[in-house]
Design a protein around this ligand. Structure first.
Ligand SMILES: N[C@@H](CCC(=O)N[C@@H](CS)C(=O)NCC(=O)O)C(=O)O
Length: 171
C-alpha cells in the first residue's frame, strides 16, 4: 500500500520551503496543508507537541518534525535522486551549510530589503555560497514551490509593522 504524504506548513516559511523542495527534488507527490500560525490546528499540535512548529511531514500515520530531519527522512525513505552526497565528509559539509544557510538564499534578500540593510551575503565574502544560492533558485523543482519575492516582502513588511505597533503601544 502506498502511504500518503502530507506536509503541514505555512506560507512564507523558509523551513516549510526546505521540506517542500526536498519532496519535489525527490519526486514525491504530497499534499500541502497550510497552517494559520496565529491559530494552530489540532493536527499540528497533535503531531508536533514538543515545538508546535511547522513544517511537519506526515507519512502514513507517522510524523516527522524539524525541517533538516524531514530533509534526511525524505532522502532515506523514498526512491529518487539523492539529496545528500554519499561520501561522509561531503555529507557533513552539506549538513553544515544547510544549518548555516537556513534558506537565506531567497529569504535573506527579503529581510535585507525590509530592514533597509546592506547585503549580508555578498559574492566577495561568500562566493561559493552565492553561486550555490543562484543555482538553487534556478532549479525547476525548487521554483515550483518558491514563494514569490513580492509576496514574501508584503508578508514580512506587514509583520514588521505589527511588531512596531506592538512596541509603540508598550512604551
Ligand atoms: N527548527 C525548526 C524551525 C521551524 C520554525 O521556526 N517554524 C516557524 C515558521 S517559519 C513556526 O512554525 N512558527 C510558529 C511559532 O513560532 O509559533 C525547523 O527547522 O523546522
Amino acid at each position: 500500500m502506498v502511504e500518503t504524504v502530507k506536509l503541514i506548513g505555512a506560507f512564507g516559511s523558509g523551513f516549510t520551503h526546505r521540506a517542500e523542495a526536498a519532496l519535489r527534488l525527490k519526486g514525491v507527490p504530497y499534499e500541502l496543508i497550510l497552517e494559520d500560525l496565529g491559530n494552530k490546528s489540532e493536527l499540528l499540535l497533535q503531531h508536533n507537541p514538543v515545538h508546535k512548529l511547522v513544517p511537519v511531514l506526515l507519512h502514513g500515520d507517522r510524523a516527522v518534525c524539524e525541517s533538516l530531519v524531514i530533509l534526511e527522512y525524505v532522502d532515506e525513505a523514498f526512491d529518487g535522486p539523492p539529496l545528500l552526497p554519499t561520501d561522509p565528509y561531503e555529507r557533513s559539509e552539506a549538513r553544515f551549510w544547510a544549518q548555516f544557510i537556513d534558506q537565506k538564499a531567497h529569504w535573506l534578500g527579503v529581510f535585507e530589503e525590509i530592514g533597509g540593510v546592506a547585503p549580508l551575503l555578498t559574492d566577495e565574502e561568500y562566493p561559493s555560497l552565492c553561486q550555490w544560492a543562484k543555482r538553487y533558485v534556478a532549479e525547476e523543482a525548487v521554483k515550483q514551490c518558491l514563494p514569490k519575492r513580492e509576496e514574501l516582502v508584503a508578508m514580512y513588511s506587514a509583520f514588521k509593522e505589527m511588531l512596531q505597533a506592538m512596541a509603540t503601544s508598550h512604551k
